[in-house]
Design a protein around this ligand. Sequence first.
Ligand SMILES: NC(=O)c1ccc[n+]([C@@H]2O[C@H](COP(=O)([O-])OP(=O)(O)OC[C@H]3O[C@@H](n4cnc5c(N)ncnc54)[C@H](OP(=O)(O)O)[C@@H]3O)[C@@H](O)[C@H]2O)c1
Length: 275
Amino acid sequence: MPTPSVPDFLYGTAWKEERTQGLVELALRSGFRGIDTANQRRHYFEAAVGLGLAAAYREGVVTRDDLFLQTKYTYLPGQDHRLPYDPQADLSSQVAQSMASSLEHLGTDHVDSYVLHGPASLDDWTEYDAEVWTAMVRERDAGRTRLLGVSNISVEQLQQMVDSGAESPAFVQNRCFARDGWDREVRALCAERRIVYQGFSLLTANRQVLADPLVAEIAARERATPAQVVFRFALAVGMLPITGTSSATHMAQDLAGRALTLSADDVSAIESLAE
Ligand SMILES: NC(=O)c1ccc[n+]([C@@H]2O[C@H](COP(=O)([O-])OP(=O)(O)OC[C@H]3O[C@@H](n4cnc5c(N)ncnc54)[C@H](OP(=O)(O)O)[C@@H]3O)[C@@H](O)[C@H]2O)c1
């Protein structure tokens, strides 16, 4: 199986509906090599992601081996009526069915990362999560994903997962609020366990940061936008950022932001900005 490395930026495909195919193609043409989706029709149109990939392959923009494809298994309460599995089936079977459906949507025999969209409970890592995780490990062992991840997880749940003896995820994907020190506790546990932290809603959850004079000053100095400074900051603290932009200009800006120079002082000032 080809082993594309993990890219340093992911393009997120939620809420794109009928624009999904074209935006995936545009993101690949713009230079993104990592795509985040989910087999959750309520918020994502995974089959249209696959059509965007197929168009990009056909037009010679990229090959499958160039890409990092990530999708998710979503529990029943997170879904609408458009289910990728039999709701009567046990959880292990649901995971297998959801994965088979994702591979069909994405036109591939394996994804690069398979993510549990969120634990079953808000408070704990439960026996349901343990069952799903075991099924996900089985998918990985069968070669249908290279890596595994968990999303929307608190530091307590991640600690419980680790303490249960479950295999550590390769990724945690969380909404990243500056007011929580940019998810400082989860990021610290991830760093300790060598888990890569994927941050989403870096712009939409942190509008006050985008309007902050310090960020404006750094942006002016770097001839950049505040959004670029936030994404560059995310990289500097070891995150794998996700952008969900629908704009070609913002796609180019988000990727170009990787070249900005932030000093250690800039990084620590932004890290403690909203606390
Ligand atoms: N695991 C989960 O539960 C979960 C939940 C939510 C999201 N996600 C993933 O994360 C992805 C991104 O979601 P998100 O919440 O971060 O973003 P989002 O809701 O898709 O929104 C990104 C926003 O930032 C703006 N933007 C992006 N780049 C910009 C730039 N350079 N300058 C100014 N504005 C810019 C976009 O506007 P324009 O479109 O005008 O650029 C858009 O309004 C999703 O597509 C999905 O893949 C996962």
